[in-house]
Each structure stands twice: as C-alpha cells, then as structure tokens.
Write a protein that binds this ligand. Sequence first.
Ligand code: MN
Length: 717
Amino acid sequence: MIRFGDIVEKIEAYQPDYDEALIQRAYVFSAKAHQGQIRLSGEPYLIHPLEVAGILADMQLDEQTIATGLLHDTIEDTYATYDQLKELFGQEVADLVEGVTKISKMSFESSEDTQAENFRKMILAMTKDIRVILVKLADRLHNMRTLKFQKPESQQRIAQETLEIYAPIANRLGIEWIKSELEDLSFKHLMPDAYRSLEKKIAKSEKERNRYIQFVIGILTEKLRESGIEADISGRPKHLYSIFKKMQSQNIDFSDVYDITAFRVIVATIPECYEILGIIHNLWTPIPGKFKDYIALPKSNLYQSLHTSVIGPKGERIEIQIRTHDMHKVAEMGIAAHWKYKEGINLDEKDDKRFNWLRQLFEYQKDLKNNSEFLETIKIDLFPDEVFVFTPTGEVKNFPRGSTPVDFAYSIHTEVGNHCKGAKVNGRIVPLKYNLQNGDRVEIITHPRAHPSKDWLKLAKTSRARTKIRQWIKAQEREQSVQLGKELLEKEAKRYAVNFSRLYKDGALEEAAKSFSLKSADDLLATIGYGKITPRQVIHRVLPPEKLEAEKAEEEKKPIQKFISKIKRKEQSPILIRGEEGVLVRLAKCCNPLPGDKIVGFITRGRGITVHKADCDKILNSDPQRLIEAKWQVSETVRHPVRIQTLSVDRRGLLAEITKELSNLGADILSAHVQTTEDHQAINQFVIAIKDLKHLNKIIRALNHIKGITEVKRVQA
Ligand code: MN
C-alpha cells in the first residue's frame, strides 16, 4: 500500500525544488473529502488518489499534476466544488480536476455517435491541457490494477475500453510502460484463459531463458569492452500481450515465437549506436528485412532506436534494440520527457512537430461533422502503424501502413494531389492503388487534366488526403451546379424575353439570392442547379409584376401542351387511318405514342379519333368494336414529346452530363423533373422532343452508358 511519504520521495528524486506545501494540502483535502468512503476492494477510498498520484510521480510530472491526481475524484464523488478547489489550489489545479471529471463521465462502449461525441470531448480536453489525459491514464491504470473487485460485466467493459482507447492513447503519447501494462491488464480480463496459459509457459521456461539472457549479455559485454564503448545491456521478456498478438497475427505456437526476449543496449551517443549495430552484425548474422532505423526516422510518437534481429549464439533469433540514454528516456516517458506541462499545448506553435498529430485531431474534430468519418479518421491517427518513404529529393515522410501514392501526393501539396495521375516508385511506374513500402522512393506524376474522383477515397488512407479529396469533389459538384443552374435560368429568362446577363450585371440576381437567404448570385445558381429552387421562382422575384402579367398567358402553357398544339396545328397529320391521310386525330395523353410505336385508333364519342399505343391499358380494356387501324406516316420535321425517366446514384454532376448527352443527340428538353430519394438515388424525368422510336432507343442506349445511371426507361406522362 502506497503512503504519502512514498510519493514525496518519488518527486524529490526528479524535482528537488517542488512545491511540497501544495501536495501536502491536496493530500489533506483529499483525505478529508473521501473520509468514510470505501473502495470495492474494501480499502479506504483514499488509497486510490494516492496510487494515482504515485503513478503520476512515476511519470515524473509536475506538482500541479500530482496534486490533481490526489484530488481527481473530489468534484465527482465528494462535496468538493470547482470553486473550492480554485480557491485552495489555484485555477490551474481546479481546471485540471474538472477536465478529468469530464472525461471520467464518458463511456466509450456505446453507439457510434456517443463514441464520436466522447472522443471529441476527450480531444478538446487534451488540446486544452494534455495533463488532463495523463491524470486520466494514471487513474485508469490504477483502476485496471484493481479491476478484479468489479462486477464481471464491468470488468469486460472497462478492459475493452482500455484496450481500444487508453492503451492506444498511451502509445500515441509515447509512454511505453503504461501502454504495455494497460494492454496486459486488459488481456488478462478479456481473455483470462489465453492469458494464464501464456503466463504459465513463460514462467516454465524462465530459468532456461534467464540463463540464455545472461549468456548473450556476457558475449555482448565482452565484445563491447574490446571496442571501448560503455553500454548498459539488458534482456527481458516482452510483455504478454505483444507476444500474444504476434502468435495471433502470424498464427504460430508459443514455442515458435522466437523473440520473446528483447535485448537492449543503451549507450551515450548516436555514433555509438551505429557502431554497436556494426559490432552485433559482425558477431551474429542479421536477418534480412528486420533492421529498422528509428533514429534516422523517428516514429511519430518520437520513439527512437535501432532495431535489429540476428541469429544468436545458439542459432536462435534474437531482437536487439540500441539507443542512447536520452532516447531511452523518451521511449519510457514519451512526451513527458520532452515537454514542460506548465505551458499547456499552444496549438499555434506551428513548428512544434511533436504535437502535429494532436493539432490534427483537433482540426478533424472541428471539420468532420460526420461521426463515422470522424471516428475512422482518429482511429487511423491513434493506431499508427507506419511506413517511411522518400521524396525524390531524399526527404523522409511517414504514412500509415496501407497508404498509397495518393496520400503521398497530397502530403506534398494539395495541387499535386488534385492533379496526381500516377506515380513512380523506385523508378518504376505503379498504379495509384499501390501500397507504399518502407524505403520506397516515390515520385508523383501529375497532369493538368487529372482530377480526383470518389474512387480515390478508397485509395487514400491519411486523413489529409481524404479531406482534400472530399473538398475537391464538393467544389467540383458546386461548379457543375452553378453551370447547370445558369443554363436553366437562362432558358427560363428567354421565355420571358429577359436578358440573362443583364440580370447578372445589374445585381438583380444578387438581390434575388438575398431574398432566398443565399449569400451570392452563384449560390443562387448552384441552388437552382441542385434543384432546390426552380428557375421560375427566381424569375418571379426579379421581374416587375407588369412584365409577369404580360407573359402570363404564354407562361401558363405547359411545354408539352405547347408542343401538342404545335403538332395539332400542322395541316398534315402524321398518322394514316386505315391507310388514309388527312384524318384529324389526337394523340392519346395516357400513353403518348411515338412514331415507330405500334398504334391503334379509338373512335371516341364526339371527339373524333384518338390514337393510342397498341398495348395501352385503356385500349386493352376498351370495346374492340370501336378500334380502328392506324399507322405512322413518318415525317422528318415533326418532333414528338416523350417522357423518359432515369434512375441513378445521386451524383451532382450527373444531371449536367445527361442534359449534355441529350442535346448532343438532338433531343430538345421540354421539361425536367429532378428528385432524390432517401437512399441517395436520383430519379430524373425529362420530357424530350424526338424524331421517332429509333431516335428514342438511341437516346436510351446513350444515357445507359453514362456512369452512375442504373436504368433509363420511357414512362407515361
Ligand atoms: Mn479515479
């Protein structure tokens, strides 16, 4: 059981001039506040804050953080208030305790949205003062150490959460010992059988292994003495969870895991690290592909070391890490070794690369409103399994494993990404889906006309590339919508004999935009393009009432009707009735027959002959006595309206592509109706003017070839 005196001793060891009175007062306050409270273990509650403070002292943190450790549960679990803490211990400590309290209330097991929300809060707390998360890690570590006193369901939940959230955060902050211990404790509670069996196997081989470790250390010590380098050499088993993960990922037995022991050589200088690497590779055969130089290429959590695997003295593979004392401190303590907590993180210090990842997390939580996107993004950033690659100039860049040239291109510059066409890796052309490998030299090939597409989102792994691709797609869709909106409005303006460019120039559109609560004329055009506002609504806003009145008669005629009346006015009917010309017929509105369709005439009561398609429902259900043979007399000049419907994915640029295709094929659009469904499908209906069935079929075929369109069919009006 830890005592207050133990904590004091620990702090004195690394910071002799600390504010002892502050710690003392925090201790007394915490003892009083928690008086009478008992932990599930049956011990006095005070044990917990003391242990947490002890862990924080092991992390060599400042006195404010250690005071926070002592006080961290007082706001949540006792009568103490923020104001009280502020008065007694100052704002800094009070803020820290409050920050920890907020994170403590989170639970990460729940639905995606809650999880995302909790992550957002956690990131905000971290960016305000990263010490909050360090206290939380210490709190979680002690709770994990005493997890057996919890109910079994709680054990599972807390262990799972620790493995998924807190261990990765400890890793991200570079605090190796906390990460390992959290992982092992989670492992123990989540998979007790696997844990115990592994523990037993390691214990069983312990004696033998210790002998082996001493043997290897003996040889190394001898060699290093010869070369005159002073070094600390140690060997110890890796932590259980990392062995277990290795067995799982390589699907091997315990007896086949060769590098259970990690040897470590710690020296004074970097040149000595490389010198020792040379000595070791001279002594034992290195295993190809296993050497990693994290000194030249530090991990993003600042970890540095040389890693190598060799065939050891008894033919066994052994792993050896070589590092300096400074690097060792960083490996053990992470950011705690680097950074003065007192200042908090100033996110404006752009040149402080150490906190790039945290700064980025902060940006993402602001920018990514979509929860699953956000979670996906931060999980990539929390679990960095990295590859290092080189630019053509030899600059090193690191990426999450599985990254592609697209990620690389966007890391150079947004414009390089947006015009990326392909890549050369080590001088050879590779496809964009190529997975970057350690040591690749990557060169991006750009082309002015190359552009991102939605498919790229599948290729890009980094948050930066994904964000930039999404931005580009959004901007592109907007541009197309503005263009389409402009065309639609121009057309509508023509109907009213209004000069479109004047509307634009004299600010009328700007005004209209405002009346729709939109910012600019372009916004208005985009909104028309998206189909949210009709061109007619806009014209009504910009035209004076008298002009509208004058146009009213014309306006009221729907395009189809206008068209039909045009057909009707033709002297020559396009239809032969029983082979005779000149019989006045009407084309049935229900089925809207087209030249080429099989048709039949229907003798109405008092309204002459109506021509239907032969398979029209109305005809099939009508009196056969009144049907009369009808045939098309094809004329090149007469156009026929027909309604077609396209079914497609809801892609903004699609409408523009369809309209372009229609006009290429000589089919005038008489009206268009655009509708999107909840499952992101778009149903577009167009009334188009065509020559005949052959023409229509050609159009349908062409539309079917447009990417994203799943169905094109002719429909009844
Ligand atoms: Mn606690």
